[in-house]
Design a protein around this ligand. Structure first.
Ligand SMILES: C[S@@+](CC[C@H](N)C(=O)[O-])C[C@H]1O[C@@H](n2cnc3c(N)ncnc32)[C@H](O)[C@@H]1O
Length: 234
């Protein structure tokens, strides 16, 4: 098992043409359990407003006007079978609605990687979680950053219903390549989007590619209401 900080120290300098991991050199040299450190100071309202600003600029990509609620975040993280020492990936962490809980669950051991495409959300994440490996890139490039071994758990914060089928395919292929044997994908969907053709198509792909898929009842304490899904490859 390795500490989160040690795993961060393994983070390599970005290759040419590859988005940067955002890992400060100072953090890469640290050797203590960084997940125990308090998150950086960014007010909840401040990060929500940044999220809203990101939505206004790129509504289709960001996919929701507000970050997920604490209730949804708890349900997502409780659905993850995370063990300290695991490699955990979060795709589309936004401004970190799930990240704090995930890091607590990891208890300072293992490796955490966040992959977020929106620059403004990335800067909030790097401020809130200065010791974390936050990559400013598209989720479809995840395998570049993982190295050998794969991820035990991949958490998706992506709005699949807003994605074109080609992008869905590319990201799903990246997830399947990145998952370690027996690994788990956990994500959420918005109830209002469940009937979009893109969402229904994505659900069919999940059922084809994973051995088991389970969905929770609707979580009403979220704007908009959502449900959580868990997928396993045996
Ligand atoms: C619906 S928001 C969810 C944010 C956060 N997980 C939450 O629950 O509050 C979707 C997030 O995914 C990001 N995103 C969209 N497409 C992406 C992609 N291809 N790769 C990485 N992040 C992406 C958006 O910028 C946004 O931050």
């Amino acid at each position: 098992m390795e500490t989160l900080a040690r795993s961060r120290a393994r983070a390599t300098a970005p290759k040419k043409g590859v988005a940067d991991s955002g890992l400060p050199a100072k953090a890469a040299r640290r050797s203590d359990g960084a997940a125990h450190r308090k998150p950086g100071r960014t007010s909840a309202l401040g990060s929500r407003l940044r999220f809203l600003g990101a939505f206004v600029r790129e509504p289709f990509t960001v996919g929701s006007i507000w970050p997920s609620s604490v209730t949804l975040a708890r349900q997502v993280v409780d659905s993850c079978e995370i063990q300290p020492g695991n490699t955990v990936v979060e795709l589309g962490p936004g401004t970190g609605a799930f990240t704090d809980l995930v890091l607590k669950r990891m208890k300072g051991r293992g490796r955490f990687i966040g992959v977020e495409i929106n620059r403004s959300n990335v800067s909030v994440l790097r401020k809130r979680f200065p010791d974390c490996e936050i990559i400013n890139d598209s989720a479809e490039n995840l395998p570049r950053y993982l190295g050998r071994g794969g991820a035990h758990c991949i958490i998706s914060g992506l709005a699949w219903g807003n994605m074109m089928p080609r992008m869905q395919n590319r990201i799903l292929a990246a997830i399947l390549r990145a998952l370690a044997p027996g690994g788990q994908l956990v994500g959420f969907g918005y109830v209002h989007a469940a009937w979009y053709p893109t969402t229904r198509r994505f659900r069919r792909r999940l059922l084809e590619r994973f051995d088991r898929v389970k969905t929770t009842p609707v979580i009403w304490k979220n704007l908009p209401p959502a449900f959580v899904y868990q997928c396993w490859r045996d």
